[in-house]
Design a protein around this ligand. Sequence first.
Ligand SMILES: Cc1ncc(COP(=O)(O)O)c(C=O)c1O
Length: 400
Amino acid sequence: MAAMDQRAPSLRFASRVEGLAGEATSVWDVHIAAVSARAAGKDVIVMSVGDPDFATPEPIVDSAIAALRAGDTHYTGIHGRAALRKAIAEASMRAGGPEVGPENVIVTAGAQNALFSAAMCLLSPGDEVVVLDPMYVTYEAALQASGAKIVRVACDPGTGFRPDLAALKKAVTPRSRAIFYANPNNPTGTVFTRDELRGIADVAKSHDLWVVSDEVYADLTFGAEHHAIAGLPAMAGRTVTIGSVSKSYAMTGWRCGWMVAPQDLVEHVHNLALCMNYGLPGFIQEAARHAIVESAEAVAEMRAIYRRRRDLVLAGLKPAATLKPMPPEAGMFFVVDIRDTGMSAATFSSELFRQKGVSVLDAEAFGAATKGFVRISFAAADAELEEGCRRICAFVAENT
Ligand SMILES: Cc1ncc(COP(=O)(O)O)c(C=O)c1O
């Protein structure tokens, strides 16, 4: 029998597949190697992914189990359940968003799926999409899959990776259709001020652009206040706000996110979801609704834990004088300026893993703005983070 691993050489793939394999996809190599080494029982510390080490809070899990036991195993509506959409709309208004109802919400398979859906429904081949760099690694492929050209606007490390509004204005051309960014940012943890958001909003309004604001870390801020750009004057009709339960409630594996947007965009995304996912599991939606409506305390606890861990990593890296960590205002990551070690970030991350069994990411995968930086996640347990920092410091001492 012929094996399936070889494609008939005469067959071709769609040109789209090139965009899907963005340069950034190789960044996960160290992470994937670390996860498989850990699974094989090796002494490895994974500081390369934003997947909280704690379990999803029990009451949330219980609500999914109860739904399953009650037979909630059938197809569901494509938009997502009314009660969940209502909960998301209300949470969005509490977070400073504009007046919205369930009709402005569509539930997606994580924020990632919402981002991809936004790209598919807003961007066409030949369009330009302006992104703030550094940007979360999966944006590259999601945006390129639309056929649009990515135009990056670097946020300068010297300013703490604040958005550069003058550069943003300059990057806009008649082909620009949208501005995409994450606020809070991954990997830097920067939270945009209200004035910065006003500046972005002004650019969007004066050039008639969509704004896609990825706010998956909005609940995990450490002091800095998060503002919703959709709530600024005249922004409701041009803003797509993306969120998910992944980070705030330690629910990454549940794959539940959403988009809050003008209703006609919601309907286009519905059509895309109809042919792509055909709805999300009902028991997952029940758990997500429980999380959003009844788990404010759990979020507060997690925020406090992340803040403590951020400080723990900061303190743990102090002995390595050539490392310059940039304390984040939100989220579960640091970027660390490693240029004084004399190594490239690619060498730093691959050698750190080879010599000490600690995985961090070369942050250049997030864009040129973070060239010479690595991204360290503090979504691991305290003891692991402490040991990880000890090994990083030893690695720096032995290699510089
Ligand atoms: C900025 C940002 N957006 C979106 C996502 C995807 O989140 P989700 O698990 O909801 O798909 C992540 C995950 O790390 C992220 O960091």
